[in-house]
Design a protein around this ligand. Structure first.
Ligand code: NCD
Length: 304
């Protein structure tokens, strides 16, 4: 039985297979509409979510399966003091697979040690978000057709932004990738990403605070929200929240085929005037999330 806790749990070959399945689902949805008949997905969300939870649920419904779960810790027995270990032991009796989001880093890993069904990490604190990375990879594949020879700008909250951490891990396994890490000083990527991935694997990267300077080089610009809920004090959040605001003017120096990604939700970091630019891929990206999650559920449930 496999779980997905970290994107590096999957080999690049397995990722290729998942993306190929997702692309086949896009072309032939009816072929998949009964694949999970009689199976149940539990979504245990101890933290807010729109896209991740609903795309998981839509994914299971489109596979012919059913969904149960909760969308806030307050409505679960966590509010009575139940441990994650006990919760997933019990939910394993009711569901065939579990997608879990939790504010504590490592909670889905703990869950996978106690559950008797596969656990999918749907975001753990400021740590990882592997299914968002699968979403991002499918989007890059569909928009750019490749994962190598790309310069990727990651902009915003690189410290607490879990989607960024997982995406760096995933892309660092391809050839001729360069990262430009654009953030205020206070929100730079954590040392464990810088040292254990970028430096260890000799991946070229630059750190800068200037989006304008980075812009002309980028093939992909991955914007992120400043993660308010991870800040210790509101004053720091207020000071940093509008560090980067992407607007049509700033895009003038960008490549004509640059791809703008954002895991969403956006707050102020991309103005709505950018939405009509053909380079804005973030709503297509959100749709891709459903297809990769369908492919992932099939893989972890070992449905042929
Ligand atoms: C992201 C998350 O939850 O980490 N959202 C998502 O899953 N699409 C990004 C964010 O909340 O800023």
């Amino acid at each position: 039985m496999r779980s997905l806790i970290d994107i590096l749990d999957l080999s690049t070959q397995e990722i290729d297979e998942l993306l190929a399945t997702a692309q086949d689902i896009i072309l032939n949805p009816q072929k998949y509409s009964e694949k999970c008949r009689g199976k149940k997905l539990a979504t245990l969300f101890f933290e807010p979510s729109t896209r991740t939870r609903l795309s998981f649920e839509a994914a299971m419904y489109e596979l012919g399966g059913n969904v149960l779960g909760f969308s806030e810790a307050a409505s679960s027995s966590a509010s009575k003091g139940e441990s994650v270990a006990d919760t997933v032991r019990v939910v394993s009796c009711y569901a065939d697979i579990i997608a879990m989001r939790h504010p504590k880093e490592g909670a889905p890993l703990v869950a996978s040690m106690y559950a008797s069904v596969p656990i999918i990490n749907a975001g753990d604190g400021g740590h990882n978000h592997p299914t968002q990375t699968l979403t991002d990879l499918l989007t890059i594949k569909r928009e750019k057709g490749k994962f190598d020879h790309l310069t990727i700008g990651l902009c915003g909250d690189l410290k607490f932004g879990r989607t960024v951490h997982s995406l760096i891990g995933a892309l660092s396994r391809y050839h001729n990738i360069k990262f430009i890490l654009i953030s205020p000083d206070e929100l730079k990527i954590p040392d464990y990403i810088r040292n254990d991935i970028l430096i260890k694997k000799a991946i070229p990267f630059e750190e800068t605070s200037s989006l304008e300077e980075a812009m002309p080089q980028l093939d992909i610009l991955y914007m992120t929200r400043v993660q308010r809920e991870r800040f210790f004090n509101e004053a720091d959040y207020i000071r940093l929240k509008d560090s980067y605001i992407l607007n049509p003017e700033k895009l003038r120096s960008a490549k004509k085929d640059m791809c703008i990604l954002h895991p969403l939700p956006r707050v102020n970091e991309i103005t709505t005037a950018v939405d009509d630019d053909p380079r804005a891929c973030y709503f297509r990206q959100a749709l891709n999330g459903k297809y990769v999650r369908m492919a992932l559920i099939l893989k972890l449930l070992e449905v042929k």
